[in-house]
Design a binder for this molecule. Structure first.
Ligand SMILES: NC(=O)C1=CN([C@@H]2O[C@H](COP(=O)(O)OP(=O)(O)OC[C@H]3O[C@@H](n4cnc5c(N)ncnc54)[C@H](O)[C@@H]3O)[C@@H](O)[C@H]2O)C=CC1
Ligand SMILES: O=C(O)[C@@H]1CCC=N1
Length: 268
């Protein structure tokens, strides 16, 4: 049987996890219980067969794993409210950027197993790039359960919690950077005369193909770039333009800005 999963907060990231888990078969919507303040969100999840909890307590009673999927600023207060009905039998998984295990364990009380996870929305299509860190009350079984769920929708690394803000900068926020790249490359295609739909399809497939080449050949991205770059050819003209525009510093700065912002959230 699949795991019984709950979501407190049924927003964008909960939606991607819910649909991803269901598609992968690791946790089915009919075995999920969710709660959200917003009626349209409740209706959407109900339309996939999820049960709607009348209270946070009801969600916890119905599940093996409860995802805390509200905005970071709301997590500690929410866990304090939930503390009376949390215990060793239900695994709490927080996906909130910047909220530390220490803050959450303090709010939830002693003995509550809490995993901190940084997922990303491509888990919806089985392409998660994420990471997890275990709390002080987690057993190897809790880590395995989290790895089983997240591993079903992509790749989830286990990292020390001190690395979680960096993970947020690369892969948690990362899909947004790449959507910008795809949109910009499609614009470039339109500028060069392609129909929009063809340009966007080519751009998205180029990103996907390049990513698969890195993952499946194991070659350094620089070596793969060199294989596309003929002397005096088209690619080096484009690569030279990107370097003049500071593309590497722009991406490095973007990742660092997101990681720094996650660190700031941990203090608020
Ligand atoms: N969107 C993303 O790509 C990612 C988001 N995250 C994390 O996921 C969390 C949620 O982010 P999103 O899904 O983007 O936000 P969102 O705003 O789409 O979802 C939050 C949901 O929680 C509900 N909510 C707020 N307080 C509540 C409460 N006390 N009880 C029940 N429902 C409540 C809201 O109505 C809303 O539907 C954040 O902590 C964020 O850091 C992590 C990785 C990626
Ligand atoms: O933008 C945010 O704060 C969340 C966390 C990672 C991705 N989205």
């Amino acid at each position: 049987m699949g795991l019984r999963v709950g979501f407190v907060g049924a927003g964008q990231m909960a939606e991607a996890l819910c649909r991803g888990f269901d598609a992968a078969g690791v946790a089915k919507c009919v075995d999920m219980t969710i709660i959200d303040r917003n009626q349209p969100r409740r209706d959407l999840f109900a339309s996939w067969g999820c049960k709607i909890g009348a209270s946070n307590e009801e969600v916890v009673k119905n599940v093996d794993v409860v995802f805390i999927s509200v905005k970071p600023y709301a997590v500690a207060d929410l866990l304090r409210e939930m503390a009376p009905f949390l215990g060793p039998n239900v695994l709490v998984v927080s996906i909130a950027a910047g909220v530390t295990l220490a803050t959450m364990e303090d709010a939830a009380g002693a003995g509550v197993p809490i995993m901190r996870v940084m997922p990303n929305t491509p888990c919806l299509v089985g392409c998660l790039a994420g990471a997890m860190s275990k709390g002080t009350s987690c057993t190897p079984e809790h880590v395995d359960t989290t790895a089983r769920l997240l591993g079903a929708v992509g790749k989830c690394h286990e990292v020390p919690e001190s690395k979680m803000d960096a993970v947020t900068g690369v892969s948690g926020s990362g899909p947004a950077y790449i959507y910008q790249v795809i949109e910009a490359m499609a614009d470039g295609g339109v500028l060069a005369g392609l129909p929009r739909a063809v340009a966007q399809d080519l751009a998205a497939r180029t990103v996907m193909g390049a990513a698969k080449m890195v993952l499946e050949t194991g070659k350094h991205p620089g070596e793969l770039k060199d294989a596309v770059t003929s002397p005096g050819g088209t690619t080096i003209a484009a690569v030279h333009h990107l370097e003049k525009c500071g593309v590497r510093a722009a991406f490095q700065g973007a990742v660092k800005a997101a990681a720094d912002r996650a660190h700031e959230l941990s203090k608020s």
